[in-house]
Design a protein around this ligand. Structure first.
Ligand code: MN
Length: 227
């Protein structure tokens, strides 16, 4: 577990992301934190983060999660992130790594369902329970391809197990807002001085335009009253 790749990719005098620290095992007894971030970068994706041994194991999901057990969603493992990242939402400036808008899409805790006898996570299949606001119940991450020499990432599939939380509802479309601020991507971009038009491309069609238009009208109203 190391944050060196995470830190190497970022300039902390420019990005609002946390530099972070690796916490010791003093959190033992507490539950493990979980987050899913919706990230409009060069491409829209969702970032799954699971706390493990002082860092957040991370996977980028190009199409986000699905509640349908028949659907397998690609999950590319990315560099470990600091624990502080579970609360991150905002704008990563143009030119920086991961430039774009980050929305805290889901947050909660998680529990591994299967562990090796030495207490480590399984290499091939991680079965786990999510206790988030939007994602709950049992899931599995299946490791399909390891890193090759010139590849940065290993490939996994995220699949929902059959339980009472399985559903055919498209949760990414039905529940697009931040669990932290109720904002859409476009509203986070606007508040953080980011690219609103580009961020809105990650929001459900129509919703973002209404949201940003409404807030612009409110802003104008405020200006008029105060002026
Ligand atoms: Mn990302």
């Amino acid at each position: 577990m190391t944050l060196s790749t995470y830190r190497k990719k970022r300039k902390f005098d420019r990005t609002p992301e946390p530099k972070g620290s690796i916490s010791d095992a003093s959190r033992r007894g507490d539950s493990l934190v979980y987050a899913m971030q919706k990230h409009m970068a060069s491409r829209l994706h969702y970032d799954l983060r699971l706390e493990w041994r002082g860092v957040l194991l991370s996977w980028a999901l190009p199409r986000g999660p699905s509640l349908d057990p028949a659907v397998r969603r690609l999950a590319m493992q990315t560099e470990d992130h600091p624990l502080e990242y579970v609360g991150f939402e905002g704008v990563i400036p143009t030119g920086e790594y991961g430039a774009g808008t980050v929305l805290l899409w889901d947050r909660g805790t998680w529990q591994p369902e299967n562990l090796n006898t030495d207490g480590s996570l399984p290499e091939r299949e991680i079965k786990f329970t999510l206790l988030g606001k939007k994602l709950r119940g049992s899931w599995v991450l299946i490791h399909t391809h390891s890193m090759r020499e010139n590849e940065h990432r290993s490939t996994w599939l995220l699949i929902k197990h059959r339980d009472k939380y399985a559903s055919l509802m498209d949760v990414t479309l039905e529940k697009p807002r931040s669990v932290a601020s109720r904002r859409l991507l476009a509203e986070i971009a606007r508040d953080g001085g980011g690219d609103v038009r580009r961020a809105s491309m990650g929001d459900p069609a129509g919703l973002a335009r209404r949201a940003t238009r409404a807030s612009t009208t409110r802003q104008r109203g405020k200006t008029r009253r105060s002026g």
